[in-house]
Design a protein around this ligand. Structure first.
Ligand code: IMP
Length: 178
């Protein structure tokens, strides 16, 4: 079956929503420094835009986990491939994620990071697929809720491709006449 990409969220829609989340985060956390903890690689464009739109002191760090490793389905377990560098004890930490799907990754990260005693811990995810949830997941800031379709762009990949697209797109089957 052949398929093609259809834009689901435009660059403008994404940028406007990211600005709203940036403002909300600063309002909720107050004047203290905020550590944005980017979940590599998918959340990298979201982190970059979010950080630029935030006021006050903002730091960033990176963590990499694997639960999918190349396919279009979760492997069902989470492994830390790269841990963050900062000591997060006493810091206001925001986990910056591209998408919450089953909820497995974010649950695992929240559990792990809580043991490291941040002053506060929040999750900001650009996308959420509520219909795909198999694990109850707490996500304080959601950019957009989408249906249970596989999406790429704005950091999200299909086997490492399409991360560079400035919009989010979904694969849809092409008609045979295409
Ligand atoms: P979860 O652990 O099932 O919530 O999955 C989270 C991770 O799966 C995300 O950080 C993405 O890397 C990947 N993922 C989930 N849905 C998609 C998708 O539609 N496109 C690309 N990657 C996805």
């Amino acid at each position: 079956m052949t398929e093609h990409l259809e834009i689901l969220l435009s660059e403008d829609q994404i940028q406007n929503r990211v600005s709203e989340i940036a403002t909300q985060l600063r309002q909720d956390i107050g004047d203290e420094p905020i550590l944005l903890l980017c979940v590599l690689k998918g959340a990298f464009p979201f982190l970059a835009d979010l950080a630029k739109k935030m006021t006050g002191e903002v730091l960033f760090d990176f963590i990499q986990v694997s639960s999918w490793e190349g396919g279009r389905e979760s492997k069902g377990s989470v492994r830390i491939k790269k841990d963050h560098d900062f000591d997060i004890k006493g810091m206001h930490v925001v986990i910056v994620e591209d998408i919450v799907d089953s909820g497995l990754t974010i649950n695992h990260l929240r559990e792990l990071l809580t043991t490291r005693q941040p002053a506060s811990l929040r999750v900001a995810s650009l996308l959420s697929k509520p219909d795909a949830r198999t694990h109850e997941a707490q996500v304080e800031y959601i950019g957009f809720e989408i249906s249970n379709v596989f999406v790429v762009g704005y950091g999200l990949d299909d086997d490492e491709r399409y991360r560079n697209l400035p919009y989010v797109a979904a694969f849809v089957p092409s008609s045979t006449s295409d």
